[in-house]
Write a protein that binds this ligand. Structure first.
Ligand SMILES: [Cu+2]
Length: 309
């Protein structure tokens, strides 16, 4: 038992020992103090509200500063979404050529942009499902007609060797990506609180879930997913960095670099694909998990320091 617990127990014991009447007197006094305190803050609030309506309130100034950071992050994602569209168009062309090896390569090339953008998936849930859901997202698994997008294409190319079957799903993928572009163009879909939920959510999902290799089950490209998830997370945090003190930004940067270092040995300069995830030892995966949780913790500190809840 820690010290403060002892104190608490001590007070509650005293309270219990008192006669019920005395207890209610104490609660009444406490209630009176509370009510007067609330009254006082309300009076102060109305007083400070009265002058010049053109002067923005401190919270409005803070909101505007945070929202401009959200917008900076979105600008980066809009560029990525345009890249996602053209890479997927290239994938479709390759599929139609009928060359399976080339199609597999084009699939891997086409994966990175969305794996960054998905940080903000809560703002475009339908598109996220259509582009990137895995079979377990649906009650009927692969049998569900809702199972489409990249992971359906992945299955055809890397498991079933069925290039023909991948074509209509890639065509549909293009429609979903255009819809994603529309969502990213509308700033009302995004706000600092929701974005940070996504930043921290994905930073948790990597070590807690994706470490099992569930995302790229058939292509083996789990490390490519980690890399771009982290890049996407950092890209949305980064515009806020100038609002934070260096103690926190250094923690985030160090943790981010440690994440990237943990996977660097498995990439080749100038090549998109990583080594197959099954090549990694338990020790190597452990390093990824530890670095990733450090990154998550640093991001939580950043969010708290920004006063975003
Ligand atoms: Cu994903």
């Amino acid at each position: 038992m820690i010290k403060s617990d002892k104190v608490q127990v001590f007070y509650s014991e005293i309270l219990l020992m008192m006669k019920p009447k005395l207890q209610s007197v104490i609660f009444a006094i406490a209630g009176f103090i509370l009510v007067s305190a609330i009254g006082l803050t309300q009076v102060q609030a109305t007083q400070s509200n009265q002058p010049d309506p053109s002067t923005p309130k401190p919270t409005q100034v803070a909101d505007a500063r945070l929202n401009s950071r959200v917008e900076q992050g979105l600008e980066y994602f809009r560029d990525l979404a345009a890249q996602q569209l053209s890479l997927t168009e290239e994938l479709l062309v390759t599929l139609k050529s009928g060359d399976l090896e080339a199609a597999r390569e084009a699939y891997v090339e086409a994966r990175p942009p969305y794996e960054e953008i998905e940080v903000l998936a809560a703002s475009f849930e339908q598109e996220d499902s259509d582009i990137d859901a895995r079979p377990y997202a649906f009650a009927e698994g692969e049998a569900s007609s809702e199972f489409k997008g990249f992971h359906r294409v992945e299955r055809f190319l890397f498991r079933d060797n069925d290039i023909e079957a991948a074509i209509p799903y890639t065509e549909e993928l293009l429609v979903s990506i255009r819809s994603l572009i529309d969502k990213l163009d509308d700033p009302s879909n995004f706000n600092p609180s929701l974005n940070f939920e996504g930043i921290i959510g994905l930073a948790t999902e990597v070590p807690a879930k994706k470490i099992s290799s569930e995302e790229e089950t058939w292509s083996g490209q789990t490390l490519l997913i980690f890399k771009h998830n982290w890049r996407g997370i950092y890209s949305q945090y980064e515009p806020f960095a100038d609002l934070l003190d260096s103690r926190i930004t250094e923690q985030v940067d160090t943790a981010y670099e440690a994440c990237m270092d943990s996977i660097a040995p498995f990439f080749t300069e100038g090549k998109t694909a990583a080594v197959p995830y099954t090549n990694l030892s338990a020790g190597e995966r452990r390093e990824i998990v530890e670095a990733s949780y450090e990154f998550r913790n640093a991001l939580i500190q950043a969010r708290n320091a920004l006063g975003i809840s």
